[in-house]
Design a protein around this ligand. Structure first.
Ligand SMILES: Cc1cc2nc3c(=O)[nH]c(=O)nc-3n(C[C@H](O)[C@H](O)[C@H](O)COP(=O)(O)OP(=O)(O)OC[C@H]3O[C@@H](n4cnc5c(N)ncnc54)[C@H](O)[C@@H]3O)c2cc1C
Length: 483
């Protein structure tokens, strides 16, 4: 029984959890949520001080249909399934999603020749809604597109989503179902003890009967701690530009390139926050922490933008960022159990984990059951959390007169670029999975994400954070998160 159900606070130093999930990105949070829907005690063990602070915070934020996945792979099945699961979950929890659709554009004869094959591929993946269109239709759909487009393929169900809220909703949901969140617990070693595994972490030992490795860029390291040598992660950096909101009328739909073997290529997409994005690059690195942007990436994106949509480059770039894909030397997701170790690897979730996360968790549950984890669904589950809305398509607190009348903190704007109120910052500091630093506040509220990038509001946001943090007293010396 979990702490929530038994009312007894668990002690992560002495208790043995049924399952420890390593990594609190979208995949690990989805796994913890899924497993804690069963009669199990679950720990979500994360190296960093917050959930969703790895690859899951810095991606292109597209909810993929899976139309272009390799048919027959686990990835193609789970992205297609994840699309539907996450669409429904977003509806239930208030994760911002906009069904913008996508237009895949061919810029030369060779690419034009590939489009019919892509349509067939989509159909082989179970996606029947793609349509081949000529150049006139391409320009009617995206008038600002650069010259030279020869034709396109529509993918009407591709959508943009908020990756931050997705990760937070899953982690919050997992906690409500009883998952214990152990932040600042970097796993550095593994010991097999009598009937359980001891994870040696930077904040002390964590014991569990089963371990699920969802450590993203660190998954191969954890896998080696279990004695395996089956894959190596290569961090593949993707850099992106974020354009000011004034650019949004130029881009109503996702503009995709024809994909290559190295990835999905450079796209232009609206964001749920009302901006426009250009990117990502794809560059293999050796440093798994190098999320800095680079001069070469900057120049590369400018060159691409010049070709794809010169008018976009006349708009201001408000930010650039980079994320690291966990690319592996294997063409598919790696979800493999080692029953004798009571261990499950969930690795190689490279460029589609946001879309597929919920389906990966569902699939992993089945693999764990097959490997011998006893699973009994709980009779009653708490409702999914209702998340604060960060999207432009729905009402935000500063626009809600009734809410402001009841609680004037929602009428006091702190971040003017993104129109974030004092009430939202307060709420984020006291949420079930609270913001602990300014970056955490950015992801929960959009504060400091606008034109000024915190130049004007940063000090006020930090003062509020410090005040609420002190009030809350949540920052425990051992890094353990509690209700
Ligand atoms: C540029 C870019 C664009 C992308 N665009 C899209 C997109 O449009 N749509 C889409 O669906 N997907 C996209 N993706 C892919 C998607 O972001 C990832 O597949 C997904 O975020 C992976 O989630 P994860 O939970 O596996 O990894 P992560 O989010 O990285 O989580 C892994 C966690 O494990 C923790 N960890 C690692 N080692 C240890 C350890 N030893 N002990 C404890 N904790 C540890 C890390 O701190 C981290 O928090 C993109 C990725 C990138 C980089």
């Amino acid at each position: 029984m979990s702490a929530h159900r038994s009312g007894r606070a668990r002690n992560p130093r002495t208790d043995v959890y049924d399952v420890a999930v390593v990594g609190a990105g979208i995949v690990g949070a989805a796994l913890a949520r899924e497993l804690s829907g069963h009669e199990l005690t679950v720990a979500l063990v994360e190296a960093r001080a917050d959930v969703g602070d790895g690859t899951s915070k810095a991606n292109t934020a597209i909810l993929h249909t899976g139309f272009d996945a390799e048919p027959g792979t686990l990835e193609s099945r789970l992205v297609a399934r994840g699309y539907h699961l996450l669409s429904a979950y977003a509806e239930a929890t208030g994760i911002p999603v906009e069904r913008t659709g996508a237009l895949l554009v061919a810029w030369d004869r060779e690419e034009l020749g590939v489009l019919p094959r892509l349509k067939e591929k989509a159909e082989a993946n179970g996606y029947q809604h793609c349509r081949l269109v000529d150049a006139d239709e391409v320009y009617r759909a995206v008038p600002a597109l650069g010259e030279g487009a020869l034709g396109g393929l529509t993918v009407p169900d591709e959508s943009v989503i908020c990756t931050w809220t997705t990760n937070l909703a899953l982690a919050t949901d997992a906690r409500r179902r009883g998952t214990e969140l152990l932040l600042r617990h970097a796993v550095t070693g593994v010991r097999r003890d009598d009937g359980h595994t001891t994870l040696l972490t930077t904040a002390g030992d964590v014991r569990a009967r089963w371990v699920v490795n969802a450590a993203g860029l660190g998954a191969d390291h954890i896998d080696r701690l279990f004695g395996h040598d089956r894959f190596t992660v290569t961090p593949r950096r993707g850099e992106l530009f974020v354009f000011d909101k004034l650019a949004r009328p130029l881009v109503d739909t996702i503009v995709l390139p024809v994909p290559t073997s190295r990835g999905k290529g450079v796209l232009i997409a609206p964001t749920v926050y009302g901006n426009v994005m250009l990117g990502p690059t794809a560059e293999d690195l050796t440093d798994r922490t190098d999320t800095a942007t680079s001069e070469s990436g900057h120049d590369f994106l400018l060159g691409k933008g010049e070709r794809l949509m010169p008018r976009l480059l006349a708009e201001e770039i408000t930010a650039s960022y980079a994320g690291l894909r966990a690319a592996i030397d294997h063409g598919d997701y790696l979800v493999e159990a080692t029953p004798e170790q009571r261990y499950l690897l969930v690795g190689g979730i490279r460029s589609t984990g946001l879309s597929a996360g919920l389906a990966i968790a569902e699939h992993a549950r089945g693999v764990l059951a097959g490997a011998g984890l006893p699973l009994r669904a709980r009779d009653r589950l708490p409702d999914p959390p209702r998340m604060p809305n960060l999207g432009e398509a729905a009402e935000r607190p500063y626009q809600n007169a009734g809410l402001i009348a009841r609680d004037p903190a929602y009428g006091t704007i702190v971040c003017f670029c993104e129109r974030v109120t004092e009430g939202e910052i307060r709420d984020a500091c006291h949420a079930p999975v609270p913001a602990r630093d300014l970056d955490g506040l950015r992801r929960r509220t959009r504060a400091m994400n606008g034109r000024c990038q915190g130049f004007f509001c940063g000090a006020a946001v930090e003062a509020l954070r410090a005040r609420h943090h002190a009030d809350d007293g949540r920052d425990r010396a051992d890094g353990r998160d509690e209700d």
